[in-house]
Design a protein around this ligand. Structure first.
Ligand SMILES: Nc1ncnc2c1ncn2[C@@H]1O[C@H](COP(=O)(O)OP(=O)(O)OP(=O)(O)O)[C@@H](O)[C@H]1O
Ligand SMILES: [Mg+2]
Length: 291
């Protein structure tokens, strides 16, 4: 499928610095969940800022729906109504006094009517499950709440692609699950979601595709196969993921058929192994405990 937004032959260097990215051909396919991984300083944030128009490539170009993006007011507005970036630190994004004011800022700048802005804000707060925080001052929210408010601000722009820079960093396990639920809702409504993460387990579990930034370039492929490649993980400074290890263990012992997907969480494995709790999906045989 044609990429929604795409960098071709793109290079970027910060002022007085070496090239951080060079010759990058990288597109975001509509409808896919994409995880971006790579060691600290590998260029994930830079790549996301290039894709969302915050940075302009020094060489090559950015295309939206196949057309070269113009870095003027009209071109950037068109890009930002399609692609929204949520930065890692919510305090770099939130600035208005209350959550509702902050979330309404983007839609208001699009020149929508008051009713349309209100509907966008209501939907975004609902999608992130923070309707109860609507009138709260942003600076009094917890870190996890501020993260959700920042994401709601991007969601209110109704982007086709939502790009999240390390959205689960700093969230507790319940906060991570709630965020994943919110992203699942947005995906079901048709939003393409991209996230940078250092959490390989999360990427295997959540993403359709993974893009791994290595010194040799960006490797893109299905998350569950790409992130099971020990050489690639080592090149990118990433830990081995739990799910591929458990899946290959189960297959090697004949407990999982070759083509059945493996468990992506310990909870899924526990449900499978528990004859009362699991539905046994994909698990060919569970060896009874020997006494
Ligand atoms: N504003 C900036 N000015 C100068 N150099 C920068 C700037 N931002 C990033 N860099 C440099 O660009 C390179 C890529 O940084 P980037 O933030 O894109 O990496 P990253 O993969 O997001 O890392 P992390 O996992 O730590 O978030 C690094 O060497 C970094 O020092
Ligand atoms: Mg970064």
């Amino acid at each position: 499928m044609n990429p929604l937004v795409e960098l071709t032959g793109a290079g970027y260097a910060y002022e007085d610095g070496p090239e951080v990215l060079s010759g990058v051909d990288f597109g975001i396919a509509p409808g896919r969940a994409l995880a971006l991984l790579g060691r600290n300083g590998s260029g994930k944030t830079t790549l996301m800022r290039l894709l969302s128009g915050g940075l302009r490539p020094g060489s090559g170009e950015l295309r939206l729906d196949g057309a070269r993006v113009a870095y003027d007011r009209a071109g950037l507005t068109r890009l930002r109504t399609s692609v929204q970036l949520v930065v890692q630190d919510p305090d770099d994004q939130l600035f208005a006094a209350s959550v509702a004011q902050d979330v309404s800022f983007g839609p208001m700048n699009l020149g929508l009517t008051t009713g349309e802005v209100r509907a966008r804000v209501d939907a975004a707060l609902d999608a992130l499950d923070i309707t109860s925080l609507r009138d709260r001052p942003t600076h009094l929210l917890s870190y996890g709440q501020r993260k959700r408010a920042a994401i709601a601000g991007a969601v209110a722009m109704a982007p086709r692609v939502l790009i999240l820079d390390e959205p689960t960093a700093g969230l507790d396990p319940d906060g991570q699950e709630r965020l994943l639920d919110a992203l699942a809702g947005l995906r079901a409504a048709g939003t393409t979601v991209v996230m940078a993460t250092h959490d390989v387990d999360l990427a295997v579990r959540w993403a359709d595709d993974a893009a791994v930034l290595t010194p040799a370039g960006i490797r893109l492929g299905p998350a569950h196969t790409l992130l099971a490649d020990p050489g690639l993980l080592a090149a990118a400074g990433l830990r081995a993921a739990w799910s591929p290890a458990v899946t290959s263990f189960l297959r090697a012992r004949g407990l999982l058929s070759a083509h059945a997907p493996g468990p992506t969480t310990p909870q899924a494995l526990a449900a499978w192994s528990d004859p009362a709790g699991g539905d046994g999906d994909g698990l060919a045989v569970v060896a009874p405990a020997r006494t």
